[in-house]
Design a protein around this ligand. Structure first.
Ligand SMILES: NC(=O)c1ccc[n+]([C@@H]2O[C@H](COP(=O)([O-])OP(=O)(O)OC[C@H]3O[C@@H](n4cnc5c(N)ncnc54)[C@H](O)[C@@H]3O)[C@@H](O)[C@H]2O)c1
Length: 314
């Protein structure tokens, strides 16, 4: 009997490669559609089928979706600050790409689609944990494109019966997250700079809060969303917030090197506070994160040490 197949768009990227591993561990054949713009072929297990294609190409997406029981759509234009400069590119990849995936899922009768949305869709205020019941108020082109993706999912559910889940990821961190892009996230930058003994760049006053969730836990959330009968929008976070300055200090402590902070102006699109209300996810899909921040950071640090090698990483 042939194994069930999952398509992971963006499967050569940071989160996608962990999602692929999670499905592989559950006995799935894994197919990846990725243009390798920010992902890497070496992030994919050799047993996966890697299609180097673009989500903006409907024929390529339809061919990739064919024969798949479930589709996880992660391929995206992912940088909030860059989305201001490249609004049209961001819109084409994130909105048109998501439309193409939905169209192909409807035509092929895929059982379940899981879409990577983002905590960026939430309004700036209040400081309270962000709940799916709150009215979104995106403040960046990236966030608008993700909210548009959610609306498309809802519409395709109503019109074509596509069963889907949109997961609003909070700040995902873990092994394989690149630290060398201009728009890299706080954890990989702090880890690499911390291990090298370089100053840690903090945007704004560093008092902004974030909800950091470990990538292995996120991959399990995606798997649960694909497996369950549940549909709709769900937060994927831990429900625990930490200030960026506190994160910098914690990473300095874990690397064993006291690092200075270098302050830079806030970047456009950065929210002041961002913590997930996790009640809906727990009740609806039965998922909650398993790793505490310290354990997740230690596992991540191990990977960065191995990657950097040499005296800086020892
Ligand atoms: N990392 C986070 O904290 C976070 C938070 C919220 C939402 N997300 C979302 O999760 C998803 C995965 O993000 P990630 O952090 O793993 O980023 P990533 O850049 O590592 O992964 C994105 C992947 O999509 C591929 N891709 C980009 N444009 C493509 C296109 N036009 N056609 C085909 N493939 C394309 C890239 O090559 C890459 O492999 C994205 O949708 C992102 O918006 C991530």
């Amino acid at each position: 009997m042939s194994k069930a197949k999952v398509l992971v768009t963006g499967g050569a990227g940071f989160i996608g490669s962990h999602v692929g591993e999670c499905f592989m561990g559950q006995g799935f054949d894994v197919r990846v559609l990725d243009d390798l713009s920010t992902g890497f072929a070496h992030n994919c297990d050799p047993s996966w089928e890697l299609l180097r294609e673009d989500v903006r190409d409907p024929a390529a997406v339809a061919a990739a979706v064919a024969g798949c029981e479930a589709v996880v759509h992660l391929a995206a234009f992912t940088s909030v600050p860059e989305s201001f400069e490249c609004f049209a590119d961001c819109y084409r990849v994130n909105v048109l790409g998501t439309y193409n995936v939905l169209r192909a899922c409807a035509d092929a009768g895929v059982r379940k689609l899981v879409f990577a949305s983002s905590s960026a869709v939430y309004a700036e205020l209040p400081d309270a944990p962000k709940s799916e019941a709150d009215c979104p108020d995106p403040i960046s082109p990236y966030a608008v494109s993700k909210l548009e993706g959610e609306h498309l999912l809802e519409l395709f559910g109503e019109i074509h019966g596509v069963a889907s889940v949109a997961l609003r990821f909070f700040n995902v961190y873990g092994p394989r997250q690149p630290a060398d892009s201009a728009y890299a996230a706080a954890v990989p930058i702090f880890m690499e700079r911390g291990l090298r003994g370089e100053p840690l760049t903090v945007y704004g006053d560093g008092r902004q809060t974030r909800d950091f969730v470990f990538v292995g836990d996120v991959a399990e959330a995606v798997y649960e969303a694909a497996r369950s009968d549940g549909t709709g929008v769900f937060n994927v976070g831990t429900g625990t917030e930490i200030q960026i300055l506190e994160l910098a200090d914690l990473i300095s402590e874990l690397t064993g090197r006291a690092a200075e902070h270098r302050f830079e102006p806030l970047r456009p699109g950065d929210l002041r506070s961002s913590t997930a209300d996790i009640g809906h996810m727990r009740a609806g899909l039965g998922w909650s994160s398993r790793r505490g921040l310290q354990d997740g950071l230690l596992e991540t640090l191990k990977w960065y040490r191995e990657r950097l090698g040499g005296p800086a990483g020892s």
